[in-house]
Design a binder for this molecule. Sequence first.
Ligand code: GDP
Length: 195
Amino acid sequence: MQYFEAKWLASAAHQDQWPEHDLPEIVFVGRSNAGKSSLINALVNRNRLAYTGKTPGKTRLLNFFVVNNQFVFTDAPGYGYAVGSRHSLIEFGILMEPYFAKRENLKAVVLVLDARRKPSEEDISMVEYAKTNHLAILAVCTKKDKLSYGQLKNQQFAIAKELKLNANSFLAVDSLKKQGMDEVWDKINETLSLK
Ligand code: GDP
């Protein structure tokens, strides 16, 4: 399936800047460098859509994109950049907590994880936020091309265990070669019952 129509809708630092619309929203979260931008771009078949979040001044915002007039993707800031920086963690919480708790359009969370790494504290918090707010969680392990099939399965199992998620809710992708995108779309559609 190919989704060509993807356009920037808004960037928000505060609740009063969240855009108004009637579409289901899916938020993408993940540690910096996990491959979140590459995944979003591969899903919508665009090269630089999700780089808005990396331009100076927009790194700490929620960036909203309309996809095919059917969904809104919300790109959250990548976390874990300044390791141990209490201030940046608090800032991140101030941005994310109200969004998870109060955003009525929000239906699902895509947690983007580097297939080679252990989940971080923030990854664990994201799962907790999602569970607390009864949101569907889809975990996507990126960079599957960096691991053998056996290594990938072991990693997915270990990550699922650490995050206390069902290993079946994990998908693996190679965003650079755009492998695994149909499966992610199928899962998104299934989750939102749009099929
Ligand atoms: P973000 O900080 O989470 O948005 O991460 P990026 O999407 O910018 O990706 C970080 C780095 O990982 C970049 O150099 C990407 O080219 C690379 N990358 C992302 N996804 C993949 C993947 O599936 N396979 C490989 N080999 N590299 C990837």
